[in-house]
Structure formats: C-alpha cells, structure tokens
Design a protein around this ligand. Structure first.
Ligand SMILES: O=C1O[C@H](COP(=O)(O)O)[C@@H](O)[C@H](O)[C@H]1O
Length: 232
C-alpha cells in the first residue's frame, strides 16, 4: 500500500501531532474492543514523541505496550530499548499501561525469542498501533541488511512472533517481531527525522532489492497504509 507523508516544521511539532494521532487510535481501540495494543520502536528518534504521548489523557490501564525490536541486553543496559521506554513513555499518565518486554533472562537469544513470542502471542494480531523507525542503512525493526535471519523475518509466510537477528550493523544480537506481525497494524507509522533519513526513504522508495534496504518490505508489501511522520 502507498505511504502517506506527514511533514512537520520540527521534532516538537511532529511529536505533538503523532501523540495526538496515537492517543486517538488507542482510545478508539479501547472503545471498540475494550483494550489496545501498541508496539513501539527504540533508537534515538522516539524520545520526544514518547514524552509527549505519556501525558495524554486516555485509559492507559487498558493499553498493552511492547517493543517492535530489542537488543539481547538486560533492561538496565543503556542500549536497551526497554530502558528508553521506561524512562520516556512509561511516565506521567502512561505509567498505568501494561508493558511486555521482549528481553528475557534466558540462556540464549533463541530461547528468549521463544519466551517473548509466547508472552506477546495475544497482542499482535493485529497491533492497534505500531510505530516503526528506520536506520541510515534502511533497516527497520531489527531487519538489518545482511542479517542472519533476514529472509525468514521478511517472509510474509513466517508466523507472527519474535525471531533473532544478528548483523554487522546491529551491535548485540537482536530480538525482533517478524514482518507478518507488524505489516497489518491498524495504524502503521514510520517515524523518521532529519534530511538524511528523508534521503534514505526516497532511495528505499526507488527500485532495488528488499534485502539491501529492508524498509522496502514495509513500503512495498504492508497491507496497512504506511503513515510517514517526518520532520527536518
Ligand atoms: O536499532 C534500532 O534502530 C532503529 C532506528 O533508530 P534511530 O536511532 O535511527 O532512530 C529503531 O527503529 C530500532 O527500534 C532500533 O532497535
């Protein structure tokens, strides 16, 4: 499905508008189904948006939040996406939300992926809201170019759930929801900031292999429309 660009003057304006949109979508899900599910990305981009959303007035007790992807590191590691969410989103009114982490203190990242898949099985079919980010290499979630499990992760036939990923650009081994888990979110957002990421997006929208820029899988094959939120 086509991507729709929502461009803002700066990151603060983007954060306010995206928080409005997500809060309205979560509230609509609660009205329709009694609960809402919400998958968020990590990295450096979502901080301001998380802080803005955390103050929004909605019934957070009915919201379950999880991560699109995570490093295989404990929650107190400064590189963990979990810590970013705890410090910036699970604050203010959003403190009342239920958080399902992907990291599990298991013997291996493969065992952690199995446990995380079990723990999140009831919330991703489909997610009410999923917010994706994108790296300068065209990765999204932990779908990294050259990733050990990239082909499986991007295969629409791979079941919903979490699999492992290792890649040169990834640092630690990763846990990531599969493409099938994310592509049909009722609200599917790609949140990127900066001119250089806009350039990466333009390149990804052009011809080329999905394996070279895995964000292409979302842009080309997601069954939900992709709402791109961008600011310089
Ligand atoms: O590794 C990751 O990077 C992407 C993009 O992060 P950013 O720092 O460039 O905003 C992020 O979407 C993903 O969740 C994270 O694990």
């Amino acid at each position: 499905m086509a991507a729709t660009m929502h461009a803002f003057a700066n990151g603060a304006e983007l954060a306010r508008n995206l928080a409005d949109k997500v809060a309205a979508s979560l509230s609509a899900a609660i009205d329709a189904r009694g609960a809402a599910t919400f998958a968020v990305s990590g990295g450096s981009t979502p901080k301001l948006f998380f802080q803005e959303l955390s103050a929004r007035d909605l019934d957070w007790t009915k919201v379950t939040i999880t991560l699109v992807d995570e490093r295989f590191v404990p929650a107190d590691n400064p590189r963990s996406n979990h810590l970013l969410v705890v410090e910036n989103l699970l604050q203010n009114k959003a403190k009342a939300a239920h958080f399902l982490p992907l990291y599990q203190a298991a013997a291996s990242v493969e065992d952690a992926a199995k446990l995380a898949t079990e723990a999140t099985a009831s919330i991703s079919n489909p997610f009410d809201v999923a917010i994706l980010g994108m790296g300068g290499d065209g990765h999204t979630a932990s779908f990294f170019p050259g990733g050990s499990n990239l082909k499986v992760a991007l295969d629409a036939g791979t079941p919903r759930g979490i699999i492992t990923m290792e890649a040169d650009g990834a640092g630690e081994p990763r846990l990531t929801f599969t493409f099938s888990s994310l592509q049909d979110a009722r609200l599917l957002v790609l949140h990127i900031e900066g001119e250089s990421k806009k350039g990466v997006l333009t390149k990804a929208e052009g011809a080329g292999e999905e394996a070279d820029m895995p964000i292409r899988a979302i842009l080309r094959r997601a069954t939900s429309s992709v709402e791109v939120y961008w600011a310089p």
